[in-house]
Ligand binder design. Structure first.
Ligand SMILES: [Zn+2]
Length: 227
């Protein structure tokens, strides 16, 4: 996606700036062009979203993974986007919540939390989707990695091996397999990573008890089964 990756194209906007995404910057270019024709900048600001093809259709409560329960995160914990058209998705990032499923849902619904992931997986394999894959979730603590990834949070604690149940591994692996299929992401440890592997992070999740060999094997099995 050549020019979309040009240096400095999103440097101006902060990670928390939900309004001024790359799409708006592109439209900003259009605004500059038509301002010569006398269209006021603020007027264009009100109409840009009506331009055909600007965004994909969204329906309230729609999920990207069949069977997931939609529980909306606060809009303060994500940035509206139009992936994979504006940002290529090539990573799945695995997290452990350091808390329960209910706690994770609560903090991701809290506009003051400043972070949320796309999905939360419960011990029994139940999955909540809180942010559409179209959108950028603030989960990796790294702007570029937020933009290129889907984040999956898991109920439990990094130092508690019993947090990670068979049902959780299997449900999460099916979810990751679906993400890898949708965006043609290779099923390997280069593309399915832990939060700990995100450049610049001070987070340690998913921690030493997360069984990567088992997880990647389950993702591959799920990927093959659905192919
Ligand atoms: Zn994390």
């Amino acid at each position: 996606m050549g020019d979309q990756k040009s240096p400095g194209s999103h440097r101006a906007a902060k990670d928390t700036d939900r309004r001024l995404g790359r799409r708006a910057l592109l439209i900003g270019g259009a605004a500059a062009a038509v301002s010569a024709a006398g269209l006021a900048r603020d007027e264009l600001g009100r109409v840009w979203w009506r331009i055909p093809g600007v965004e994909k259709d969204r329906r309230e409560g729609e999920v990207d993974f069949r069977g997931a329960q939609w529980v909306a995160a606060s809009s303060a914990n994500r940035r509206r986007a139009d992936r994979p058209d504006d940002y290529e998705i090539d990573r799945v990032i695995i997290h452990v919540a350091q808390g329960s499923y209910a706690t994770a849902l609560n903090v991701f619904r809290d506009p003051g939390h400043g972070a949320a992931s796309h999905y939360v997986v419960r011990k029994d394999g139940h999955i909540a989707q809180m942010i559409r894959e179209l959108d950028v979730a603030f989960h990796a603590g790294n702007r570029a990695y937020n933009e290129r990834s889907v984040g999956i949070e898991h109920e439990g604690f990094v130092d508690q091996e019993s947090s990670f149940t068979d049902a959780m591994y299997r449900a999460s692996a099916r979810l990751t397999a679906g993400i890898c299929a949708r965006y043609e992401i290779p099923v390997d440890r280069e593309h399915i990573i832990g939060h700990v592997e995100v450049p610049g992070t001070d987070h340690t999740d998913p921690g030493p008890h997360w069984d990567w060999d088992r997880y990647i094997r389950l993702v591959r099995e799920a990927r093959t089964a659905s192919a």
